[in-house]
Design a protein around this ligand. Structure first.
Ligand SMILES: O=C(O)C[C@H]1NC(=O)NC1=O
Length: 243
């Protein structure tokens, strides 16, 4: 069996619930998944400032998950905030949903488009493409120009905008796959894949399956080199219990 800690780095409980549902829908029979979010922080993550804030909450939860002995951690925010810091702190594998979705896209298509929320967050996806080495695989970055929490407002507007951008990508971008650039879009992947007749990939599902694969291969985060546990030192104030 495999126990996965799903971390929503933003503090919106409704989003955490929806992310957990999407994860459980694809989990293998022997996989248990539970979801957490930071006690304090940003209700949505829409830029560099929000990412910095969120990373601290992610690290807090990573430490708790390590102490609970989880078999893997998913950082369920498309910016993968705190990913490498989390890997230093963790024993088990840590997978971000952006890297997971991008990897899966390269396995089923030669090029993909990313569809995310606010245009100002496109640079974050661009930075990740550079960091992960996927720049040449990504043909286009698109945004629906709505805030992250518009995916939670029940109006259906965000879903319609995501569908619109996916149709544009299929028609214009010359890509074989689409990556959904927000954890809050997780529940749209299957219906859009069916309607567009092409892989529309959600990072939450992708990350869960990658953790299961790593677990099955008995692979954990390497402690050889730069992802070793953090250098021991006296951390003060809020950070006291982090190391
Ligand atoms: O950058 C985005 O649009 C998506 C990112 N923000 C957030 O609060 N959860 C996410 O997946």
């Amino acid at each position: 069996s495999c126990c996965i800690q799903l971390i929503n780095p933003n503090t919106s409980l409704s989003m955490t619930e929806r992310i957990l549902t999407a994860a459980r829908d694809v989990a293998a029979p022997g996989t248990d998944i539970f979801a957490v979010c930071p006690e304090e922080g940003a209700p949505s993550i829409e830029g560099h400032f929000d990412e910095a804030i969120a990373a601290i909450g992610v690290l807090q939860r990573i430490k708790e998950g390590r102490e609970q002995g989880v078999d893997g951690h998913v950082i369920a925010c498309f910016g993968d905030p705190g990913l490498l810091a989390a890997r230093e702190l963790a024993s088990a594998p840590v997978i971000g949903i952006a890297e997971a979705a991008m990897h899966m896209a390269t396995l089923v298509a030669t090029r993909f488009t990313v569809v995310t929320t606010l245009p100002r967050t496109l640079i974050i996806a661009r930075h990740l493409l550079q960091q992960y080495g996927f720049e040449r695989h990504c043909a286009r970055l698109r945004a629906i120009d709505l805030p992250v929490l518009s995916l939670e407002d029940g109006s259906g507007l965000a879903r319609r905008k995501v569908r619109e951008q996916c149709l544009n990508a299929k028609r214009e971008d010359g890509v074989g796959a689409i990556v959904l650039g927000c954890a809050g879009m997780a529940d749209l992947a299957l219906e859009l894949s069916a309607e567009l007749e092409m892989p529309v990939i959600d990072g939450v599902s992708a990350a869960v399956k990658l953790i299961e694969s790593l677990h099955g291969m008995k692979l954990s985060t390497s402690k050889q080199g730069d992802l070793d546990f953090p250098v021991q030192k006296e951390l003060s104030g809020y950070f006291k219990g982090l190391n």
